[in-house]
Design a protein around this ligand. Sequence first.
Ligand SMILES: [Mg+2]
Length: 105
Amino acid sequence: MNIEKLHQLCGETLKFLGRNYQIYLAVEEMAELQKELLKDANRGRSVRDEIIEETADVMIMLEQLMNIYQMRQEVTSRIDEKLARLDERLEYYRKKEVEDGVVGN
Ligand SMILES: [Mg+2]
């Protein structure tokens, strides 16, 4: 993935097509990914290719949301905080795995 090209194209798309259109598109792409994930989880259908397609769409639109809301730094900091909390929570399961030899599904 060429990050510089992604940033350039997202910036141009925002300029030419507008903020609200990009927000609608982000929501639409997230819904498409949700639909494919539900097909996989609920129906056991093999939709790996569709999940790849929609994940790529969502990742592009997340980048666009970073541009629209000028929030890259804040989001990055929030991710770091959430990962630190997740790491703490996982410590319980790591200890349990060692003690019981049991891991959840
Ligand atoms: Mg899509």
